[in-house]
Design a protein around this ligand. Structure first.
Ligand code: ADP
Ligand code: 5GP
Length: 202
């Protein structure tokens, strides 16, 4: 089957809360500003330093439920008492114009993306150890102990979903993790199915 890569690549990044996804994404985007980061909608309250429209669109539960009813999400999920969702409208345009789009979403959302967009690349990020994950969650100073324990419990459940991902990256050092993701994206772009034009006319 011939298939030219006219559309952008959909990239899904998942991993336990506190593993360093936002940190690695910031490093990745500084090297690859051509990638569009999809800002999700959430009912979670902003953390110190987070801004509306930058980290998330922070909305009420009512607004989120109205968006679900209007079928505005590519995927959405409940995660530790809050809703999170990816706006279909915002990313569709980017993919259609050929821009690569990066989603930072949890495992249920990633499974829905896999179903709806089989060409998406799914990458899971893990910490070097579970103890280090706990240290990072505590060191971030953004959540109280109960929330942290909830997130650590969630991490144990998420771990089981790793086999459903295409790639596994360890976030020991941020530049190394970002470098591995860039290598994955380079390899994905070299897939024969996206390079049919190079196989023609010989
Ligand atoms: P996530 O987006 O996955 O919830 P964050 O990016 O907020 O995680 O990172 C959680 C905490 O861990 C932050 O305080 C961040 O500075 C720190 N962190 C991220 N990556 C690393 C790393 N490779 N080594 C040490 N600390 C890190
Ligand atoms: P946090 O509250 O730490 O910012 O995010 C909690 C979890 O929600 C993380 O695992 C993050 O990847 C996930 N998440 C963020 N946005 C979305 C989204 O739009 N959809 C889904 N399914 N998960 C999301």
């Amino acid at each position: 089957m011939t298939q030219k890569k006219q559309r952008g690549q959909l990239i899904v990044l998942s991993g336990p809360s506190g593993v360093g996804k936002s940190t690695v994404i910031a490093e990745l985007l500084s090297e690859r500003p051509d990638i569009y980061f999809s800002v999700s909608f959430t009912t979670r309250k902003p953390r110190v330093g987070e801004a509306d429209g930058v980290n998330y669109y922070f909305v009420s539960k009512e607004t989120f439920e109205e968006m679900i009813a209007r079928d505005e999400f590519l995927e959405h999920a409940r995660y530790v008492d809050n809703y999170y969702g990816t706006s279909l409208k915002l990313i569709r345009e980017k993919l259609e114009e050929g821009t690569d789009v990066l989603l930072d979403i949890e495992v249920q959302g990633a499974a829905k993306v896999r179903e709806k967009c089989p060409d998406a690349v799914l990458i899971f990020i893990v910490p070097p150890s579970f103890e280090e994950l706990s240290r990072r969650l505590h060191g971030r100073h953004t959540d109280d102990e109960e929330v942290i324990q909830g997130r650590l419990q969630k991490a144990r459940e998420e771990w089981k979903e790793i086999p459903n991902y295409d790639y596994l990256v360890v976030n020991d050092k941020v530049p190394t993790a970002a470098g591995e993701i860039m290598a994955i994206l380079t390899a994905e772009g070299c897939r024969t199915k996206y390079r049919t034009e190079l196989m023609e006319g010989v």
